[in-house]
Design a protein around this ligand. Structure first.
Ligand code: NAD
Ligand code: ZN
Length: 350
């Protein structure tokens, strides 16, 4: 089969690889119908994720059709159209039972961070993918929802919802600020609406991204290159600060911005992946009674999000900016990598 293979920092290739087969009785093989590229793939390509080895097939989002199942798989059948979760988890270990699928203890999660597809095991940017623990890690794609929309359930919607909105403990009437209106920040913005906030303020350095955020339900937008961005936030909150600040970028500056705009007693939910340590003024958090949360997506709300998607209550189609065929994946990476120029949000590969 053909697959997108990481070849070390700065290098990927679309090349021939052996098609995957069933290795364990809990596996399934999925023929990929639709996959996408994530910001994390660009981090890997840059060499920022040293645990990804050369030769790895990238990609952790996708929808496809099951072509083979292991003998222990009874709830998923050959021919089912499924959403592939970005994290494969056994569903049975102590951490999985607590909903922390990202730290599944099954022996195959060798690094202690579970089975992220396209990371420690081969991923979805290929014609076929092997999915361990198929019954927990594959979801039936809802009837009537396009595959490209269902693929937004693999990673970005649960990430924005779980680590942004849920960890941020968003409540009805809250004013929330989301810093970073990339796909993950936009996923937080769109799922925030499920909790009835009074304002959702999108903040991004890129004015185009701020505009996009309004389509996803942001009530206000602020371009953070404006020197008075903080005054603008305070003006929207009668000078009090926001109830919940969500960091969806992954750089020190935006972490500091969250601390600058959150009200005393508020929440800061960090979603962004910071490749390096950020400074953390514990005394500020103490004196301001702040709750700080962060974490790796668990995908424990994926089933709930699928129901909402099937009911038309989540706009997954709004994320899609470009479409390519799978064999044009190198052009898709180029378009996605130049998002500021190309205005790429999610690129779809079929
Ligand atoms: P992205 O790069 O597509 O979007 C980031 C956005 O931040 C862009 O719109 C960019 O214009 C904006 N931005 C950059 N610098 C800024 C600054 N200084 N001030 C304000 N805005 C700025 O990324 P994405 O795919 O949306 O992902 C966002 C983050 O979430 C990344 O760090 C990603 O690795 C992380 N992530 C975390 C998890 C998790 O499990 N916690 C899962 C997936 C992704
Ligand atoms: Zn587990």
């Amino acid at each position: 089969m053909k697959a997108l293979v990481y070849q070390g920092p700065g290098s990927i290739a679309w090349q021939e690889k052996p098609a995957p087969g069933i290795q364990k009785p809990t596996d399934a093989i999925v023929k990929i119908e639709t996959t996408t590229i994530c910001g994390t793939d660009l981090h890997i390509l840059k060499g920022d994720v040293p645990t990804v080895e050369s030769g790895r097939i990238l990609g952790h989002e996708g929808v496809g059709v099951v072509t083979e199942v292991g003998e222990a798989v009874t709830e998923i059948s050959v021919g089912d159209r499924v959403i592939v979760s970005c994290i494969s988890a056994c569903g049975k270990c102590s951490y999985c039972l607590e909903g922390v699928y990202s730290h599944c203890l099954a022996d195959e999660g060798a690094s202690g961070i579970g089975w992220i597809l396209g990371h420690l095991i081969d991923g979805t940017q290929a014609e076929y993918v092997r999915v361990p623990f198929a019954e927990t890690s594959l979801h039936q794609a809802p009837e009537g929802v396009a595959a490209e929309e269902a693929a937004m359930i693999s990673d970005i919607l649960p990430t924005g919802h779980e680590i942004g909105i849920r960890y941020g403990a968003v409540e009805p009437g809250d004013v929330i600020a989301v810093i970073g209106a990339g796909p993950v920040g936009l996923a937080a913005i769109t799922t925030a609406s499920l909790y009835g906030p009074s304002r959702v303020v999108a903040i991004d350095i890129d004015a185009n991204r701020v505009e996009q955020a309004k389509r996803f339900g942001a009530s206000d937008g602020i371009v953070s290159s404006d020197s008075d961005w903080k005054e603008q936030v305070l003006a929207l909150t009668d000078g009090l600060g926001v109830d919940v600040a969500i960091e969806a970028v992954g750089v020190p500056a935006t972490w500091d911005m969250c601390l600058a705009i959150v009200r005393p007693g508020g929440h800061v939910a960090n979603v962004g992946v910071h490749g390096k340590p950020v400074s953390f003024p514990l005394e500020t958090a103490w004196i301001q009674n702040l709750t700080i949360t962060t974490g790796l997506v668990n995908t424990d709300t994926s089933r709930m999000l699928i129901k909402l998607l099937a009911q038309g209550r989540l706009d997954a189609g709004g994320f899609i900016s470009h479409r390519f065929s799978l064999e044009d994946i190198m052009s898709a990476y180029d378009t996605f990598g130049r998002a500021a120029e190309t205005k790429a949000l999610k690129v779809i590969l079929t």
